[in-house]
Design a protein around this ligand. Sequence first.
Ligand SMILES: C[S@@+](CC[C@H](N)C(=O)[O-])C[C@H]1O[C@@H](n2cnc3c(N)ncnc32)[C@H](O)[C@@H]1O
Length: 285
Amino acid sequence: MSHDAKRQFYQHRPRRAKDLVSGSMSRLEFDDEAAQRLEGLYRIRDAARRRAIVREALGASPGERILDVGCGPGFYCAELLEDVGPSGAVVGVDGSAAMLGLAAARCAGHDNVEFHEADVASLPVEDAAFDAALTVQVQEYIPDVAAALTELARVLRPGGRAVVFDVDWATLSLHSDEPAITERILEAWDEHLVHPSLPRTLAPKLRTAGFEDVHVGAHPFVTLEFDPETYGAANVPFIGEFVAGRQGLTEEDARAWVAGQRALGERGEFYFAVTQFCFTARKPR
Ligand SMILES: C[S@@+](CC[C@H](N)C(=O)[O-])C[C@H]1O[C@@H](n2cnc3c(N)ncnc32)[C@H](O)[C@@H]1O
C-alpha cells in the first residue's frame, strides 16, 4: 500500500496539532483529502438511505430553522433546504474547514443557509434559535458528549426537536475465512473514534442534557454483495487502511484482509452487517 493510499480518509495516527476538534482525542483528521473522500462515501446508495431515515425522523417543515451539528460536506443541509423552503433557514456547524468548503459549495445559490467553523461544544448561535437540530455520526467522535448535548438543547426553542444518529460498532458482524485476524482488525478499528458503542448510553445522556420524549429506531445496514454502493463494501477498504500499523497489524495483514473480503464477494459469500441508531428527543415546552 502506498504512502498516499495510507493517508486517505482516516489518518493512521492522531495529529493533534492540526486537529480542528479542540480537546478531542479523535483519531480522525478531516482535512481536504479526507473531506473529499468522505464526500464520495456519502454519495453511495446506503448513505442516501440513511439521510432519508434522518430526514423523516427530523420532520422539517416549510419555514423552520434547522441546525446541522457536524454538517460535514453538507448533504443534509442541501436536502433540508428543500424541506424548509425559501421561508426557512439551515445553519451548518463543523470543526473542519475542508468539510465546510464542500458544504458551502453544495448549498451555493441559497441565501437562507449559513455555515460556521466551530466545536460542537461551543455552537456560535443564539439560545433557542432553532426549531430542530440534527447531529449524524458526530457525537461518537466527541469526548464530552454530555457537554455537546447540553449545547444542543441550549440552541433549540422550547418544544424543539433533536435527531442524534450514531453507530454501535460492536454490532458489526462480518463473515471471514480468517476469524482470528478479523477479530484483531475490528479491535483496531474501534480506535477510529472515541465511543464505539455510544448508542447504548445515549438515551440517559439526552435526558440528563434536558431532553424529554426520547425514542430510538434501529436500522440495520446489511449486505451480501461487495458492492461499493453499500455501507459494508464501502467501509471495508477504509477499515483496512485505518488498522494497518495498529495493534501489531502490518500493512500486509490489512491488505490481505481487504483482498479476502473482496474475494468473498466474488464467490458470493460476502456478509457485512452493522446496526445504526436514530434517536429523537424534544426540548421541554
Ligand atoms: C463522520 S462525519 C459526519 C458528517 C455529517 N454529519 C454526515 O453525516 O454527513 C463527522 C463530522 O463531524 C465533524 N466533527 C467531529 N468532531 C467535531 C467537533 N468536536 N466539533 C465540530 N465538528 C466535529 C467532522 O469534521 C466531520 O465533518
